[in-house]
Design a protein around this ligand. Structure first.
Ligand code: GAL
Length: 661
């Protein structure tokens, strides 16, 4: 297992390079990522290329055994380019160009930008072609599905719509443009969502398509780059470092043609006081692994307190630097690269802390990082192991977009719905995959499909098949609401899922932040909030009823046998305790190995190969705790055999054994 660092030779006096490389070698750093923002040094003047400084940096690092990830520098074009082509910068919602001198500000469709972007990628990749130390290429940096409103982007958007719908009549009909007299009579009238109106004022069908287009448009930019890299650098794997941003692309399409997923992982360093907050960083890691349904990399990993974009955050507590990297391994990362080697001493990112402080004196965080590197070196036996899960949670960017376009009620967020279930399964030490909503579900026993609000025929069919063949499915409120165009379905909710869940929604009550009670059929009582679907059963049995309001006594949760399987419908949003109770029942019912009594914050995941299982036991809390193991298991680092473990805060133990139950 490999640990790496993000390094910026161009930020430092050359005298430091050798010293840094020596220390990296001594520490056990195996991978160094370079150059994602260094265009102005690689092409200081139009058409004058200089890779000599980067060659020197690469020589210094590789002569000490480090492998290199090189990045295309297209995130930050040099100022000479903007001077010559001011239109290469994005146009904002107000129709004006955004400011030069920040980053990520180039327009993916601007012909001048693209001409120069292609040329620098071409030059860079042919210069480094065949260099055996380059083990991967990263495209750009933290790409977003940008909303640019320039003439090129407007015309791309129109082309995207022409391709999808063919004629204006079809668009008018599909979007229901007659509402508020919005029917198009010429293509020129189609404009992206300019102006300062909130999204919620705009046509939801149009807005969903605009989000889909913005994602496809970013992906086109990724494809342009990967084609050049592959042409010149053959089999060197290509990735892009993704993250959870404002305008998220469709992750599955983004990585379809790339070799592996890489993710920027910055777990929060302040422990939330509110225990209802979903804070396990494992959620994001599981989602990343699910994108290509295989192991991934972390390309930027927490190294110190965050800052620069915001007031500085709390310093990572002792144990977090090492613990959160090992947590990434536990969830399927094979390489973790820390951002960044040293805190920047100049420039906009000055307060985002690196492993070494600006003083250049290695301190507490660095020593913890050293310890991490030594540990990672001893983990060769888990290389190639994979995570197998019986449980999957479905994610879809259509839902994410649609919920943002039309928030359903106060406090209800799509991601919160997914996190609620992830948190509950994690609490029982169960591996969870978060996967594309449209993939094959055959290998799972339990599938949670939170709020399938925008429906899709293939997905609906998949879910029916899954349950028919013996799977257990959990659906939630706001399912079946919209068709694929983000228009209401004119049927009783949950429309296409009514037969599967054996119930219908006769009415609903969006209660926002208010709280009510629900009673489970076993007598236990829980709090619900945000939304209440008032259910009427057809073939389902009642699992819980409402305790308050005009629908007191009416079904809130139902359970329906369908084919060989079972479909649950949760018509409301619970507090953590509700999901915990329900998930425990479902895990037991489905006979899935789990832990009933893990202390708060403890996570257990399993990586395995044909012969062995490795249990990663992690304390994601600031309190020491004891974990009882049902079997004796062996610590792969110390050789000690345990059936009871004392874990310090953020402590990770990797234990080997056949089965924990
Ligand atoms: C990341 C980004 C890095 C760096 C870091 C902290 O999101 O990819 O380039 O900017 O944030 O500032």
């Amino acid at each position: 297992m490999r640990i790496g660092v993000d390094y910026y030779p161009e930020h430092w006096d050359k005298k430091l390079w050798e010293q840094d490389a020596d220390l990296m070698k001594q520490t056990g750093v195996k991978v160094v990522r370079l150059a994602e923002f260094a265009w102005c040094r690689m092409e200081p003047k139009e058409g004058e290329f200089d890779f000599s400084w980067l060659d020197d940096a690469i020589d210094i690092l590789t002569s000490r055994g480090m492998k290199i990830v090189l990045c295309t520098p297209t995130n930050c074009p040099p100022l000479w380019l903007y001077e010559k082509y001011p239109d290469a910068i994005q146009t904002g919602k107000d129709g004006n160009k955004i400011a030069i001198g920040i980053r990520g500000h180039r327009c993916y469709n601007n012909p001048s930008f693209l001409k120069y972007a292609k040329r620098i990628i071409e030059k860079m990749t042919s210069h480094y072609a065949g260099n055996p130390s380059i083990i991967a290429w990263q495209i750009d940096n933290e790409l977003e599905a940008n909303f640019c409103f320039c003439e090129h982007c407007i015309s791309e958007f129109r082309d995207w719509l022409k391709e999808k719908y063919g004629t204006l009549d079809v668009i008018n009909q599909t979007y229901g443009n007659v509402v508020w007299s919005g029917e198009y009579s010429s293509w020129e009238q189609i404009k992206p969502p300019f102006g300062s109106y909130p999204n919620a004022w705009l046509n939801p069908s149009f807005m969903l398509d605009f989000n889909r287009y913005a994602s496809d448009n970013m992906i086109k930019f990724v494809k342009m780059q990967s084609e050049i890299i592959r042409k010149n650098c053959g089999n060197v794997p290509v990735t892009t470092n993704t993250w959870f941003c404002e305008n998220m692309p469709d992750f599955y399409k983004t990585f379809e043609d790339l070799d592996f997923v890489s993710y920027d992982n910055y777990p929060v360093t302040k422990i939330p006081e509110n225990k209802e907050e979903y804070y396990s960083h494992a959620f994001h890691l599981d989602l990343m692994r699910g994108i290509k349904e295989k192991n991934f990399w972390v390309m930027e990993q927490l190294s110190g307190g965050l800052g620069c974009w915001m007031p500085m955050t709390s310093a990572p507590h002792p144990g977090m630097i090492k613990g959160y990297s090992l947590q990434a391994f536990a969830h399927g990362a094979d390489t973790v690269v820390h951002f960044r080697w040293r805190t920047a001493a100049t420039g906009a990112e000055m307060h985002w802390h690196g492993l070494i402080d600006q003083s250049n004196v290695p301190g507490r965080r660095f020593h913890e990082f050293e310890d991490l590197c030594k540990t990672a070196e001893k983990l060769s036996e888990i290389e190639g192991t994979k995570i197998k899960s019986d449980v999957a949670i479905l994610y879809s960017s259509d839902q994410e977009y649609a919920f943002k376009i039309q928030p359903q009620t106060e406090g209800m967020y799509y991601f919160e719905q997914l996190k609620a279930f992830h948190d509950a399964f994690t609490k029982y030490g169960v591996n969870v995959d978060i996967i594309n909503w449209s993939v094959n579900l055959n290998n799972y026993k339990i599938v949670v499909a939170p709020t399938i609000y925008v429906t899709d025929e293939k997905v609906t069919k998949n879910l029916y098949e899954f349950v028919k063949n013996g799977g257990t499915l959990i659906l939630t409120n706001r399912s079946g609401v919209k068709n694929e165009f983000n228009n209401y379905r004119m049927e009783m909710l949950p429309t296409v899922f009514a037969e599967l869940i054996g119930a219908k929604v006769s009415e609903y009550d969006p209660i926002g932040y208010a709280e009510q009670k629900i009673q489970m059929k076993d007598g236990s009582e829980f709090t619900c909030t945000r939304w209440c679907d008032i259910l009427e059963t057809t073939t389902a049995s009642v699992y819980a009823t409402y305790g308050d309001s005009f629908y007191q006594g009416k079904p809130a949760i139902t359970r329906n046998s369908y084919g060989e399987g079972m479909a649950y419908y949760i018509g409301t949003v619970g507090r953590k305790a509700l999901y915990s109770h329900l998930v425990q029942n479902v895990l037991t019912e489905c006979n899935i190995e789990h832990f009933d009594h893990l202390p708060y914050g403890v996570e257990i995941t399993v990586r395995e190969n044909e012969s062995d299982k490795y249990y990663f036991v992690f304390n994601d809390s600031d309190k020491a705790c004891d974990v009882m193991l049902p079997n004796q298991l062996q610590d792969i680092l110390t050789g000690d055999i345990f059936n009871e473990l004392r874990l310090q805060p953020y402590d990770m133990r990797i234990l080997q054994g056949q089965s924990i139950q």
